[in-house]
Design a protein around this ligand. Sequence first.
Ligand SMILES: *Cc1c(COP(=O)(O)O)cnc(C)c1O
Length: 328
Amino acid sequence: MKTIPRLRFAHLPTPVETLPRLAAALGGPKLLIKRDDQTGLALGGNKTRKLEFLLAEAQANGARTLITAGAIQSNHCRQTAAAAARQGFGCILVLNAPEGQSVAEASLQPLSGNLLLDRLMGAEIVWTTLEERQHTLQATFQSAWQDGKRPFLIPYGGSNAVGASSYAFAIQEMIDQEIHPDWIVFPSSSGGTQAGMALGARLFGFNGQVLGISVDEQASVLQSRVANLANETAEFLGEKQRFEAGDILVNDGYLGGGYGVMGEPEREAVNLFARHEGILLDPVYTGRAAAGLIDLIRKGQFAAGETLLFWHTGGAPALFAERYRQVA
Ligand SMILES: *Cc1c(COP(=O)(O)O)cnc(C)c1O
């Protein structure tokens, strides 16, 4: 395998813990959790792994400013702002105004959750609407370029071959920890995490199932996206693996009210993890994936002797966002 340039700022390996009290409460199979919410960078999360590779590329390109885009409570944007501060880059975040709000209204809203942390870590915030997003991103990049800021674009969710390769190595890390679950379950959205895991499973000989719970996309759409990205990632690493959409396991039964909408299943899941194990999930990603996991356990989808590993991808700062007050 090719050696890939990488900076080192994540706290790795992340711990793996058992969840005996939650497992007992659900009356299901053995539960493990891999704590990628503890990657150490400004409250952590799965984007920290991706950013170790993406920032190495930015540095090699002589970049001085990182630009990325996301939702108002984006964990990806918060971790990018943190990585930029840590490694001495400037950071510009292009954030979508919440639905129904103008750019002017969005820029006046009170800071909370991830948005507060973005500001705290010195990121410049550019607001846009969903329709204008691509245009705003391009215009922001161009103007940063003209101002001599040497911008470097980090893709949405950090999900290109460079970012996704980090999750192939995360599978290697889990195997090195001598953890061999029958299932890995986690939230999947822009697909980089799942693409990396799917590739890592093949490259490092993980024989269990890698099941992404879709956060905001129909299964067929997400499966093709992940398969394409896994192929690009394999190529990037100089490996010959090929993936078809059918190789990628996605459950889209838990889309609820759409992206970022906390419903009763997410609320229940966040509360169960908090009350039985003292572990904080988030209302958008891990709460939704855990709601799926809990439902599948209750429906008896897993055999009694199986071990499930819930891969915690982070996101808890959103618990402190104004809009998720109802969680407790
Ligand atoms: C971004 C994110 C995900 C989704 O990861 P992708 O690689 O975009 O599929 C899951 N959980 C949390 C907390 C995230 O911030």
